[in-house]
Write a protein that binds this ligand. Structure first.
Ligand code: SF4
Ligand code: SF4
Length: 177
């Protein structure tokens, strides 16, 4: 067959020698490689009993933040959704009613806030875009799930526990317990 580049070379198929035919040398080489790995320190860890330490720049699952009084910081401005290159964030805004000042910091809040973890690329742009310090990427990752809808995180999964009423849950979420 005519070659376009003339770079291809026909491969010469040499007949196997008797040493190659009995495969002893190749088996020995394979065992040597296995033996070398057997003595090396294992990179596998016994998760979840054992946990890997992440790099300081690790970006994990998003957390919706509260202020020091436990009020939701998010004002549903939508900047995080606009900044998100993966279009993973969906939200619905609502007006704060009289008497809800202890729940929401601003006059407008996110009645619905969802992040699709299957779309998210953990770039951190939502955190960068937020003017209210309301969202940040934590040091945990989304656990496995058998259902796609299990990866759509709503406020129940994203909101950080209230520091005033759920101090223990908050410490646990921050990995302090
Ligand atoms: S980390 Fe990036 S991809 Fe994920 S929700 Fe935020 S902006 Fe979107
Ligand atoms: S998380 Fe921040 S940027 Fe996103 S809607 Fe709330 S206040 Fe706006």
């Amino acid at each position: 067959m005519q070659s376009l580049t003339n770079r291809s070379k026909p491969v010469e198929r040499k007949p196997m020698t008797w040493v190659e035919r009995i495969y002893i040398w190749n088996i020995f080489k394979g065992m040597l490689i296995t033996g070398k790995h057997f003595l090396k320190k294992k990179p596998t860890i016994q998760y979840p009993e054992e946990k890997r330490t992440f790099s300081p720049v690790f970006r994990g699952v998003q957390v919706l933040n509260r202020d020091e009084e436990g009020r939701e910081r998010c004002t549903a401005c939508g900047l995080c959704a606009v900044a998100c290159p993966a279009e993973a964030i969906t939200m619905e805004a609502a007006e704060r009613k009289p008497g809800e000042e202890n729940l929401y910091r601003e006059e407008k809040y996110a009645a619905r806030y969802e992040i699709n973890m299957l779309r998210c690329i953990f770039c951190g742009l939502c955190e960068e875009a937020c003017p209210k310090d309301a969202i940040y990427l934590s040091e945990t990752f989304a656990p496995a799930n058998y259902q796609r809808k299990g990866f759509i995180y709503g406020k129940n999964e994203l909101l950080i526990p209230d520091p005033k009423t759920q101090a223990q849950e908050l410490a646990k979420a921050r990995g302090q317990l």
